[in-house]
Design a protein around this ligand. Structure first.
Ligand SMILES: Cc1cc2nc3c(=O)[nH]c(=O)nc-3n(C[C@H](O)[C@H](O)[C@H](O)COP(=O)(O)OP(=O)(O)OC[C@H]3O[C@@H](n4cnc5c(N)ncnc54)[C@H](O)[C@@H]3O)c2cc1C
Length: 446
């Protein structure tokens, strides 16, 4: 049995946590280990640790690596795949494309595991059409804390356990595998149209209008200078066979990352000059208009490995929230607040969400979602974000828990009004309270 004491951190590198890392060799071994589990800090499953804060960490307890769950089996007569929880979205995409199939929902990075995708009910650029990841999940196989393995379905007698597991941050059990419904994909290409916009109003108008004609929409916002919301709106549609034949082959179609960011120790490369220069360059870069590979359109950041090191040892917070339509003034307010805080950074992303999923803890709901990377060392950051959280509650908004490293528990019931319902189901699924994480204790989730 492989057990090792290990220090781990989330993608934002603000939280460090020492736990006993368990890398199971087989499902039988894992079942027995979980059934006999006695550690009072319990256990939590993890995938590729792309959650930003402490969702996958468990100080003093056990963390279980899902990497060995690598099954990938396409059904012969339907566009459905049975996939192990440890398989990455990138691997699934690649294998699917070989069969002219594709997952309908993919995140901004391909380095997310299927278990992590379900446990966070992740969203992509297609949310206004497809909804969140759970919309393509037909079955979840879950290991419970009593050691039993059960199949859960979105409808029928197991539906409450299924929906508590979707977005449930690993706190109902360990996902072993899932059946996913895929979409037919004639070519591995997307027809992309990028447009430069000069301020937030222009950006909001263009994003809303584009949702009617494009399968994928997202905007990059310049988080420097006057923070007025200028940026680039990216829109895309899958390319049909006929159109592809007339176009050139996509130029960037490699799956492997091309650059690795070096270790820079305690120093951050972020300062107002470097950020201003980068953002100016990005705003002025030649716009893409034409056929692009799916990979470079869906996962542009994967071209640079370990880019999270740019913030140095203090790390960074990703503040991602959603507010209902009608609260556009709040988006402008957040940008001004970031300017006043001196929170210049490289990554600001805006997207309009469509319908939410039936999962009580799923993040997306109709409205605007804004994601901002913020260097963690900034003076007054904590009090500023607490104040924004409180304003978000007044506006029916919420923050994305899998990006969170610092939310106060008192805001949770307002942001997630079905929290009590989820707790009831979760306590019924895990009466011993064995599934725990640093985040679940910090937020008093269970
Ligand atoms: C560059 C970048 C871009 C991103 N873009 C997006 C995006 O566009 N949309 C979006 O929604 N998210 C996005 N994310 C966030 C990411 O999709 C989620 O954090 C996702 O959960 C990470 O999956 P993981 O395999 O790394 O899981 P981990 O970080 O290892 O774990 C995340 C959570 O899932 C649980 N979990 C993992 N595996 C299992 C399992 N087998 N059984 C039960 N629970 C499990 C963990 O307990 C934890 O609570 C992005 C992250 C990065 C770093």
């Amino acid at each position: 049995m492989s057990l090792q004491r290990m220090e781990s951190t989330g993608w934002g590198r603000t939280v460090r946590s020492v736990s006993t890392e368990y890398a199971p060799q087989s499902i039988d071994e894992l079942q027995e280990y979980v059934r006999d589990g006695k550690n009072p800090r319990g256990f939590i499953a993890h995938g590729l640790r792309r959650s930003y804060g402490d969702s996958s960490l468990n100080i003093g307890g056990i963390t279980i690596d899902a990497a060995f769950l690598s099954r990938l089996e396409f059904h012969p007569n339907a566009p459905v795949v049975t996939v192990g929880a440890g398989v990455s979205i990138r691997t699934l995409e690649k294998a699917s494309l070989e069969r002219k199939l594709f997952p309908p929902v993919v995140p901004g990075t391909g380095l997310v595991s299927i278990g992590g995708a379900i446990a966070a009910d992740i969203h992509g650029k297609s949310h206004h059409i497809t909804g969140a990841f759970s919309s393509c999940v037909k079955r979840i196989q879950l290991l419970y804390s009593d050691g039993e393995i059960r199949d859960l379905y979105p409808e029928g007698p197991t539906a409450d356990h299924f929906w508590a597991t979707v977005g449930g941050l690993g706190l109902t059990g360990m996902i072993l595998e899932a059946d996913l419904q895929l979409i037919q994909m004639n070519t591995p290409s997307v027809l992309v149209e990028e447009t430069r916009v000069n301020d937030l109003d222009e950006m909001l108008t263009l994003l809303s209008a584009s949702d009617e004609t494009f399968q994928h929409t997202v905007a990059w916002i310049d988080l420097s200078g006057d923070f007025r919301g200028r940026g680039v709106v990216g829109k895309g549609n899958y390319v049909s066979q006929e159109l592809s034949a007339k176009q050139e082959e996509p130029t960037k179609s490699k799956n492997a990352p091309t650059l690795t960011f070096p270790k820079i120790g305690p120093f951050s490369l972020i300062n107002k000059f470097s950020v201003r220069a980068f953002n100016e360059m990005w705003f002025r870069k030649p716009l893409t208009r034409g056929v692009s590979s799916i990979d470079s359109f869906m996962h542009p950041l994967d071209q640079i490995q370990n880019w999270n090191r740019i913030y140095g040892d203090r790390g960074f917070i990703q503040y991602q929230f959603v507010v209902p339509e009608g609260n556009e003034d709040f988006l402008a307010h957040v940008l001004v607040t970031m300017k006043d805080l001196g929170a210049a950074s490289f990554l600001g992303v805006l997207k309009k969400f469509g319908k939410g999923s039936p999962a009580p803890l799923s993040f997306p709901k109709p409205g605007w979602t804004l994601a901002l990377d913020i260097p963690a060392h900034l003076h007054n950051l904590e009090s500023t974000l607490n104040s924004l959280d409180s304003q978000l509650c007044d506006r029916d908004g919420r923050i994305y828990l899998v990006k969170d490293a610092r939310l106060k528990p008192e805001f949770l019931p307002t942001m997630y009004p079905r929290l009590e319902e989820w707790r009831g189901i979760r306590n019924n699924m895990d009466p011993r309270g064995m599934w725990q994480s640093d985040q679940s204790r910090r937020l008093k989730l269970c």
